[in-house]
Design a protein around this ligand. Structure first.
Ligand code: ADP
Ligand code: MG
Length: 240
């Protein structure tokens, strides 16, 4: 699904990603963990070209994302993204948030886009919030709408950047539950999170990053029980 080859990203003199290699297979759930500032968000943002990679290559379903000849907007349609701060459009209702992209980009008829949106709202437990505005929702509800919005484009892959970090503790569970359900249905996902027990449960593979480098990766069983890298050991001591 995704193949990242020797990816570098610099912001002026700041060398943030220093040669990332990462493969994600169809149906796989990869959880990226690591200290704050290690480049996790920058990596996700390079995957859908919200950031321009400095060098290296990224393939999505065998199409080069880094080759400007390929239509990045078309490629992005296959890749959902869920952000820490929800990024819902505040001035339109929940249902309009979800149907906007399918109508505009996929050229779906309004009725068809809405019937898909109803189904998705049902799936995330928000069928009664169709006509609400984002300001009328709790953080957990906003994030579930954001997930429904990503799903409305029928993506092949969803990227999650700390989807529960902005939530009050009592709302974390409801969002993680929705993501677990997606994992069980076979959705391909790359998830950056600090929720270690969730990571253990949902990940097929854990990727540990620090200072722009992947220092270790492995199944959760092996990684959490017996991390080899010293910095991974120190990180786990702090967060577990
Ligand atoms: P993480 O998500 O792991 O906390 P980030 O990818 O957000 O880390 O940031 C990695 C480093 O890149 C940090 O030092 C951050 O300040 C820097 N950085 C991120 N985005 C930008 C930007 N747009 N311009 C300059 N520096 C940035
Ligand atoms: Mg981040």
């Amino acid at each position: 699904m995704i193949d990242v080859v020797n990816l570098h990203k610099k912001f002026k003199n700041l060398h943030v990603l220093k040669g990332i290699n990462l493969q994600v297979k169809k149906g796989e759930v990869v959880v990226i963990i690591g200290p704050s500032g290690s480049g996790k968000s920058t990596l996700l943002r390079c995957l859908n070209r919200l950031e321009e990679p400095t060098s290296g290559e990224i393939f999505f379903k065998d199409l080069s994302i880094t080759n400007n000849k390929n239509d990045i907007n078309k490629i992005r349609q296959g890749m959902g993204m869920v952000f820490q701060n929800f990024n819902l459009f505040p001035h339109i209702t929940v249902i309009d948030n979800i149907t906007l992209a399918p109508i505009k980009l996929k050229k779906l008829k309004k009725e068809d886009a809405e019937s898909i949106a109803f189904e998705l709202l049902n799936q995330v437990g928000l069928q009664d919030k169709t006509s609400s505005y984002p300001t009328e929702l709790s953080g957990g509800q906003k994030q579930r709408v954001a997930i429904a919005r990503a799903l409305a484009m029928s993506p092949d892959l969803i990227l999650f950047d700390e989807p529960t970090s902005a939530l009050d503790p009592e709302m974390v569970g409801e969002v993680l539950e929705v993501i677990k359900q997606l994992a069980a249905e076979g959705m391909t996902m790359i998830i950056v999170t600090h929720e270690m027990s969730f990571a253990k449960q949902v990940a097929d593979r854990i990727v540990f990053m620090d200072e722009g480098i992947v220092l270790e990766e492995g199944t959760p069983e092996i990684f959490f029980k017996n991390p080899q890298n010293q910095r991974a050991q120190d990180f786990l001591k702090r967060v577990l």
